[in-house]
Design a protein around this ligand. Structure first.
Ligand code: CTP
Ligand code: MG
Length: 260
């Protein structure tokens, strides 16, 4: 992990305040069980196992009573060391939740990784790649993987979803230039703060278009570097993703942060 360079004091903001509409469990996604433990706990164990951070600021949904119990148990497991765990309440959008996380950071933090709890199985080596790039002087770093599908742009030709062909293709993107972007995304703290202060002034349409932190930093004109991500860092979004994540936990790859 260490390329010999001094490491900035790093915190991880673990955003877990989403409602999980697309997963459809009728509870916040972070609380949905995966391999017998809430999705959030897998993500948190992964962050802690990577050893990259002095603090993990966990951004929680409002209705998180069951998560508080799991987190309290985990805090006791960490009694002899590990990062400081801070719990804060999330906001209406992911960006609001990241801002809440930024407000919960301790003094002295120099770099921050923002990680989706929904990417609960992100491997340690991806955290290390991001932190190594920050230590080497990058201001913003994201993990990315090549796109496997051909990606096209379309325009709607019918407002009726049941029309036989409601969309018309307007172009095909050059796939070799495309990347699917993941988390953890790493930033110099002052840069991410500046990016999120600007985004706090967005109107509703602009706010709705924000899908990651790097795009806010791109708007500042700051170069964003990409390191190799991992297909294992899938974002658990739909019921199919949950089945894949269960398979990864139980399968021959033996991916698990959870004991037993
Ligand atoms: N997130 C958050 N606060 C929000 C919205 C999202 O902390 N207001 C977090 C989610 O908990 C998740 C990550 O951002 O870890 C990525 O969001 P997504 O996968 O879209 O999760 P949800 O918003 O919960 O899912 P959905 O969009 O299906 O409701
Ligand atoms: Mg969402």
């Amino acid at each position: 992990m260490n390329n010999g360079l001094p490491r900035p004091v790093t915190a991880v903001i673990l955003v877990a305040a989403g409602s999980g509409e697309r997963l459809g469990y009728g509870m916040p996604k972070a609380a949905v069980p995966l391999g017998g433990e809430p999705i959030l706990m897998h993500a948190l164990r992964g962050v802690v196992a990577s050893g990259v951070s002095s603090q993990v600021c966990i951004v929680l949904p409002a209705d998180a009573a069951s998560l508080h119990a799991s987190l309290e148990e985990f805090r006791q497991e960490l009694a002899d060391g590990g990062p400081i765990l801070t719990l804060v309440d999330g906001g209406a959008t992911r960006a609001d939740s990241v801002r809440a996380g930024l407000a919960g950071l301790i003094d002295g933090v120099e770099a921050v990784l923002v990680h989706d709890a929904a990417r609960a199985l992100a491997p340690e080596y991806v955290f290390h790649r991001v932190v190594d790039a920050l230590a080497a002087g990058a201001v913003a770093v994201i993990p990315a993987v090549p796109v496997v599908d051909t990606v096209k742009t379309v325009t709607r030709t019918s407002g009726d979803d049941s029309a036989i062909a409601p969309e018309l293709v307007t172009g095909t993107a050059r796939r070799e230039e495309l990347r699917s972007v993941q988390t953890p995304q790493g930033f110099r703290l002052s840069t991410l703060q500046q990016a999120h202060q600007a985004a706090a002034r967005f109107d509703e349409a602009q706010a709705a278009a924000v899908t990651d932190d790097a795009m806010l930093v791109e708007l500042l004109g700051v170069p964003v570097h990409a390191v190799h991500g991992s297909t294992q860092s899938l974002k658990i979004t739909t019921p199919l993703d949950l089945i894949i994540a269960e398979g990864l936990l139980e399968g021959p790859l033996g991916i698990r942060w959870v004991e037993g």
